[in-house]
Design a protein around this ligand. Structure first.
Ligand code: FES
Length: 75
């Protein structure tokens, strides 16, 4: 998905991305699906984000989280 984001940036194509995250409540209460650094909840503020919004999500393309919330590097 990060590579696709780079391509839409290169060709200046407006694009939206649907993110996934392990969820517990899916109604915005538990915080399991929050993304760094903005703290948006994927289950409430997402899951679809414009490319410009993705730039604020510092973890996008850098790491993923497993079911326990542990970070795993993608780089
Ligand atoms: S899954 Fe609980 S806040 Fe999103």
């Amino acid at each position: 998905m990060k590579k696709l984001a780079d391509i839409v940036d290169k060709f200046k194509i407006p694009a939206q991305f649907s993110l996934e995250r392990y969820m517990k409540c899916a109604i915005g209460l538990c915080g399991q699906c929050c993304v760094d650094d903005v703290g948006w909840r994927i289950c409430v503020e997402g899951p679809v984000f414009w490319r410009d919004e993705l730039r604020l999500i510092t973890e996008f393309g850098k790491y993923r989280r497993d079911a326990a919330g542990v970070k795993h590097s993608l780089i």
